[in-house]
Design a protein around this ligand. Structure first.
Ligand code: PGA
Length: 269
């Protein structure tokens, strides 16, 4: 696990965007995993900027989003498909057919929803898996819509949202009855299989969740703690979100020494 502590929101976005850009340049047909929520918006802005100003091309990239509300129409302003189009897809050269967001359209029955979930997993596998997955973290420690208690072996599935999540989301909807009670979410098992997971967190409000995810016990009561089992997980957090980390000084020391090594390596070559 790598912990990168940045001075502010802008530096978090810059660090995350440069990791994505580095991969896209090295492997133009890579598979990216995207997240929604307020945290990655700055990173997406930077990627759009790199596309426009530096010619960073996503023409061969495929993507999978972590989750989508259910039921919701893709053109609904609160759908995650709409969010991705608005903040990223509409401004870069990624092929629309290569962008995958779980289909949140109302289905006839549970069987039809299950087919959507199985198909989502199948599509990820068919493209060779996700190379780099961006993640946010909820203040309770959830990742994607994996609520507390989600199995670490879970796959893409229909999730029943908790009262708290529904209340949190209600501010985005005109009427309480319009707030979706379900979501389709990649599972923790799906996320653990990604080649590189990058979790972004900013602000004091996330400090407790970050400390529990990185330094707490591995438990389904903090779904993000599953990342301690990930073969390559990077936490990119700002000073405020790093505020409750017990070993903060050690992470900063590690970060500095690794940077020195990297720069020394470059100088020597
Ligand atoms: P946020 O959401 O980025 O809007 O804080 C993160 C999450 O709940 O996963």
């Amino acid at each position: 696990m790598q912990i990168v502590i940045c001075k502010d929101v802008a530096e978090v976005a810059k660090t995350a965007a440069s990791m994505v850009a580095k991969l896209v340049r090295a492997k133009p047909n890579c598979v990216l995993g995207f997240a929604t929520g307020s945290t990655p918006v700055e990173t997406y802005k930077r990627l759009v900027g790199m596309h426009k100003e530096e010619g960073l091309s996503f023409a061969k990239v495929c993507s999978f989003n972590l989750d989508e509300y259910y039921p919701i129409e893709p053109n609904h302003e609160q759908s995650y498909r709409y969010f991705m189009n608005r903040y990223l897809f509409d401004h870069i050269d990624i092929e629309e057919d290569c962008t995958n967001v779980p289909n949140g359209r109302k289905q006839r029955d549970l069987e039809a929803i299950k087919r959507i979930c199985v198909d989502y997993e199948y599509r990820i596998e068919k493209l060779g898996g996700i190379d780099l997955q961006i993640l946010g973290i909820g203040s309770t420690g959830h990742i994607a819509f994996n609520e507390l208690g989600s199995s670490f072996a879970s796959r893409t599935r229909l999730v029943v949202l908790t009262e708290r999540t529904i209340m949190d989301n209600s501010r985005f909807f005109d009427r309480m009855e319009d707030v979706p009670k379900y979501a389709i979410s990649m599972g923790i098992g799906t996320i653990l299989e990604t080649r590189h997971a990058i979790l972004l967190a900013t602000g004091r409000y996330k400090a407790e969740a970050i400390a529990r995810a990185i330094e707490g016990p591995i438990t389904s009561s903090c779904p993000a703690s599953a990342l301690q089992l990930h073969k390559r997980a990077t936490f990119i957090v700002d000073e405020a979100a790093a505020g409750a980390l017990e070993r903060k000084k050690y992470y900063q020391h590690t970060q500095k020494l690794l940077r020195d090594l990297e720069q020394g390596g470059k100088g020597a070559s």
